[in-house]
Design a protein around this ligand. Sequence first.
Ligand code: SAM
Length: 236
Amino acid sequence: MTADPVPDAPPWPVFRGRRRGRRLRGGRARLLAERLPACEIRLDDIAEGADPAELFAAPPRETWLEIGFGAGEHLAWQAARAPDVGFIGCEPWMNGVASLLPRLEQAELARVRILADDARPLLPRLRAASIDRIFVLFPDPWPKRRHAARRVVQHHAVAQFARLLRPGGELRLATDDRGYLRWMLEHMDMSPQFEWLARRAWDWRERPADWPETRYEAKARAAGRLPVFLRYRRRH
Ligand SMILES: C[S@@+](CC[C@H](N)C(=O)[O-])C[C@H]1O[C@@H](n2cnc3c(N)ncnc32)[C@H](O)[C@@H]1O
């Protein structure tokens, strides 16, 4: 299979989000120290063109990538329900990584690899057509115009998603920010490699059954912001 050409990406802007929050209490800190080394991946260890399936002891049937898993609710929910899928989760916020780990059973830990860092530099390293699903759920909206370059969704990121997904693979995006929604739709519309899977006008207001609610989404609803759920298929 030939890889689609990826436009020359400008250097990724420096990650500006939080890496640490409240100090981790004893139990969490201990769990992080005990469990993270077994499933952590580091950018420096990922060779150019690496096959993500090889990051797991047993190659999984499918590989799914979640960018910015936050407290890990969605990733852990999916990992519990898809026993033959390998997960790569990227999250630079260490408190989020520490929240994910206790959500995973021992068997699930073996199928999860964590990059506790910015996901963007990882994308061009991975082999083309090697990922079956990509999730970018409620990414930080960076609402000020001058901060727009910090958003995860950019033309070169969409080009990377298209390169990484196998034909027929799925990209899931969610947001509760109207400005970011417009931005996502504009960016995705300009990519001929993706087909938007919405069939009815209200599709994007309804979270699919295989997509759990996170605390972030619940907070958005409580604050009166309506979340939107976008599903795109990588065209053949
Ligand atoms: C608003 S939170 C949403 C968390 C989660 N997806 C959810 O729905 O609950 C956005 C998360 O994306 C993470 N993030 C931001 N930029 C990132 C990047 N470049 N790579 C990986 N994660 C990133 C942040 O640290 C934060 O935890």
